[in-house]
Design a protein around this ligand. Structure first.
Ligand code: FE2
Ligand code: FE2
Length: 302
């Protein structure tokens, strides 16, 4: 059996992957049917102190730019909307769930968290360019979760992960290229699988699965994730230190451009450049927000 086959077999074993805490499973179940009221969900969330703390931390971060401090889940729902709060609750707990369930990872979690948070922020910002009203409340949280497949690889498939990191270093290729060559699938596929197993909504599963290949889906959220990820790399916030940097020039020289153009989702160079300048001008505030979001939580900065 080759490495790709044995990897797929291991991944298939459902108990090999982490499960969500009961409270989150319950919240997903409640919010996917029509029988639970917003009040039921607020009660369920409020009963869990660490969930509440994580949620309020994100709700009060500059991503949402809410002027007065949010003190309770009820207040968060009033100000941000029910779906957004549910999504924040899920994503805020996912990182700590993986940390607790798996072994301690080998790659730099500070770097990874900074990347994830920034991609969340930019994805939400790109709603104007790639609007999908049905998924609007998921833009930030999908950005936060988009590379969750890398955490799964790092924590549950150590041997494969080391081989991927070596390949990235030796061949100066992206994680996706190394993963596809070695495992016949990428961290994006693995992230999609994980979110599917956790029964997250299909639009979020698709967007995470296609965040490096948005030309494969009509999902505007996938396109927003794709560009947010590129912009985070251009700003110097890649997800792993080992991956090669991305610049405006290298991006417009890449093979992706033809695919994006064919599907009508290629952003003109001036637009991407202007967005990059805008983010750079805001870098100090963003860096502060990233540090705060990582610093208050042991689970995410580990
Ligand atoms: Fe990725
Ligand atoms: Fe990424």
């Amino acid at each position: 059996m080759n490495l790709a086959e044995s990897f797929k077999n291991k991944l298939k074993r459902i108990d090999n992957l982490p499960t969500l805490p009961t409270v989150l499973q319950k919240i997903i179940e409640m919010t996917s049917g029509n029988d639970a009221s917003a009040q039921d969900v607020i009660d369920e969330m409020s009963a869990d102190q660490s969930l509440t703390a994580n949620l309020l931390k994100v709700a009060n971060s500059p991503v949402y730019g809410v002027s007065k401090r949010i003190e309770s889940i009820r207040q968060a729902v009033v100000l941000l909307g029910f779906q957004e709060v549910r999504n924040i609750a899920l994503s805020a707990s996912v990182f700590s769930t993986l940390e607790v369930a798996g072994r301690r990872g080998t790659f730099d979690r500070q770097v990874f968290w900074s990347h994830s948070y920034l991609v969340g922020y930019i994805t939400r910002d790109l709603y104007k360019q790639f609007p999908d009203p049905r998924s609007q409340a998921s833009y930030f949280t999908c950005g936060l979760l988009h590379d969750i497949g890398k955490v799964v690889l790092d924590q549950y498939f150590m041997r494969e992960f080391f081989m991927i990191v070596d390949a990235i270093r030796e061949r100066n290729v992206s994680a996706c290229v190394a993963e596809r060559d070695l495992l016949s699938m990428t961290h994006a596929d693995i992230g999609g699988l994980l979110l599917e197993r956790w029964k997250l909504p299909a639009d979020q599963v698709t967007a995470v699965r296609e965040h490096h290949t948005p030309w494969n889906t009509p999902s505007k959220l996938a396109a927003a994730l794709y560009y947010a990820n590129q912009l985070a790399f251009m700003l110097g916030y890649g997800s792993m230190k080992e991956e090669p940097p991305v610049t405006i020039d290298s991006f417009y020289d890449s093979e992706d451009v033809a695919w994006l153009d064919e599907k009508g989702i290629l952003l003109p160079r001036e637009t991407l450049s202007a967005k990059l300048d805008e983010l750079r001008a805001d870098e100090e505030r963003l860096a502060k927000a990233i540090n705060q979001s990582a610093g208050d939580s042991d689970s995410t900065s580990a």
